[in-house]
Write a protein that binds this ligand. Structure first.
Ligand code: 15L
Length: 273
């Protein structure tokens, strides 16, 4: 039976949005897409509402009548402070607040591995470690997770934060062998966030079944996550791509990679937990 809930999907025209839209459309016909610009090739079952996350009235209009939100909107890499502030701090707050006011019951927040990027690659971590952002972007993702906890505890919104590694058809390099997630697997996690009856506030790692993973994703397994992607199937490609990239004495030590080495002025022995 078709899912009758009204679901808003922000960031629909972005990189991940473009990859997963066709998969989500099959599961949730009637999906409402949002972004600043309309994605090309809108399906007959999809509708679009333009919204700039920095404008509370536009966000409120997009979220009107909606039961659940998949919030992928925002700036997706490191950027100048004002860009991060507007898109990912103010924009994220506007989304949670509009969702609360509209009575939204569930929200999936696209967090990132960069909220914990300064953990060493040698260390395996679960979802409950202290955040160690590797960038202003990573700080904004930690902020979004904190907002998720607040709106869950104070207002009863069922919030799932996905600490996404890197989404794509295959891992791009050796670092991504540890953090890669296939489009199908991220849709599986989104589905858990939208449907699982036990969700209150969750942080789950957005990773496929990667043999070299740095993350304990057992909570996702408990909630029914059964990833089908295996990064090892793509090792030859990832290693060939890695050979084209020079060594990064800082980034190669930490989970966040180049996000850690960018603007780095510390002694590497004093960085990370
Ligand atoms: C992210 O959070 C970014 O959105 C994406 O563009 C990649 O840089 C990814 O992390 C990554 O760490 O590979």
């Amino acid at each position: 039976m078709a899912d009758a809930r009204k679901i808003l999907f922000t960031g629909a025209a972005g990189g991940i949005g473009t990859m997963i839209r066709p998969l989500l459309a099959k599961l949730y016909p009637g999906l409402v897409l949002s972004d600043r610009v309309e994605p090309k090739d809108l399906l007959p079952t999809e509708t679009f509402v333009a919204a700039d996350l920095t404008k509370p009235d536009e966000v409120a209009a997009a979220v009107k009548g909606v039961d659940s939100v998949i919030h992928l909107g925002g700036f997706s890499v490191e950027g100048p402070w004002d860009t991060i502030l507007q898109s990912n701090i103010i924009g994220c707050y506007n989304m949670f607040e509009a969702a609360r006011a509209a009575g939204v019951k569930r929200l999936i927040f696209a967090s990132s591995n960069h909220a914990i990027g300064f953990y060493p690659r040698k260390r395996r971590i679960g979802p409950n470690v202290t955040v160690r952002p590797d960038s202003r972007y990573g700080v904004s993702k930690a902020f979004g997770e904190a907002l998720g906890a607040l709106y869950s505890d104070k207002h009863g919104m069922a919030v799932t934060c996905l600490r996404i590694g890197n989404v794509g058809p295959r891992p791009l390099d050796v670092r991504r062998l540890s953090i890669w997630i296939s489009p199908e697997d991220i849709v599986q996690l989104i589905r858990i966030g939208l449907e699982h009856p036990d969700i209150r506030f969750e942080i789950l790692y957005g990773a496929s079944d990667n043999a070299t993973s740095w993350w304990d994703n057992s909570r996702a397994t408990e909630l029914g996550y059964r990833p089908t992607g295996k990064s090892e199937d793509h090792r030859a490609h990832a290693e060939a791509e890695q050979a084209k990239i020079g060594p990064d004495p800082v980034g190669d030590l930490f989970q966040g990679g180049t996000f850690c080495s960018a603007e780095f002025t510390n002694d590497v022995k004093r960085a990370g937990p």
